[in-house]
Ligand binder design. Structure first.
Ligand code: PRP
Length: 192
């Protein structure tokens, strides 16, 4: 079953492939301007901006975001897991750490979606303890309707007001749909 057939499982397509690709390029351009012209780069040694993708959802976004950069960038990956139905709401577990230290580096955390805010706040605390030169946060989707703790987002692709179950472009339901090039709302009959 290819991605065309998967479209039948969506109650609507929220962001088409073309819309996502255009927005991701705009974000890369804004980030480039901030770190080159707008003085955000603080790494005293002048090393490239380090993009840190949060596995697994951000993989697709990171791959597209990294490619249009006209300036050198590096990337690394971190993997965390949240206990969604656990006894401690908001608890996050580190599954795979970064490969290299980030002390003194300009770091941009890259997420596919910020929902309750717990994951990004866990990562922010963990990263600040490692003393980067600067730390900013970028997410493709900001699901503001679900926010439980305040978090500052520096770059946001799309703000989502509704609490809808979205999949595609890295986001899954039971590990499916991550490879879809668009973001859609999954019909209720395909959930559960
Ligand atoms: C998603 C997403 C964020 C997190 C956001 O990951 O990629 O990391 O949830 O949710 P929060 O703001 O409520 O903490 P998920 O745990 O679904 O894992 P995945 O990236 O492997 O799909």
């Amino acid at each position: 079953m290819g991605s065309l057939q998967f479209e039948d499982r969506m109650s609507k397509i929220l962001f088409t492939e073309a819309v996502i690709q255009r927005r991701v390029k705009e974000m890369a351009a804004q980030i480039t301007a901030d770190y080159t012209e707008n003085g955000l780069a603080e790494d005293l040694k002048g090393r490239p901006l380090l993009l840190v993708g949060v596995l697994r959802g951000a993989l697709v976004f990171l791959a597209d975001l990294a490619r249009p950069f006209p300036i050198p960038v590096e990337y690394d990956l971190i993997s965390v897991s949240s206990y969604r139905n656990g006894t401690a709401p908001g608890a996050v577990r580190l599954v795979k750490d970064l490969e290299k230290p980030i002390e003194g580096r300009d770091v941009l955390l890259v997420e596919d979606i910020i929902d309750t805010g717990y994951t990004i706040e866990y990562l922010r605390r963990s990263f600040i303890a490692r003393k980067p030169a600067s730390l900013r946060v970028c997410t493709l989707v900001d699901k503001i309707a679900r926010r439980e703790i305040a978090t500052n987002i520096d770059y946001r692709g799309f703000a989502l007001e509704e609490d809808e179950f979205i999949v595609g472009y890295g986001m899954d339901y039971a590990e499916l749909y991550r490879n879809l090039p668009y973001i859609g709302v999954l019909k209720p009959e395909y959930i559960g």
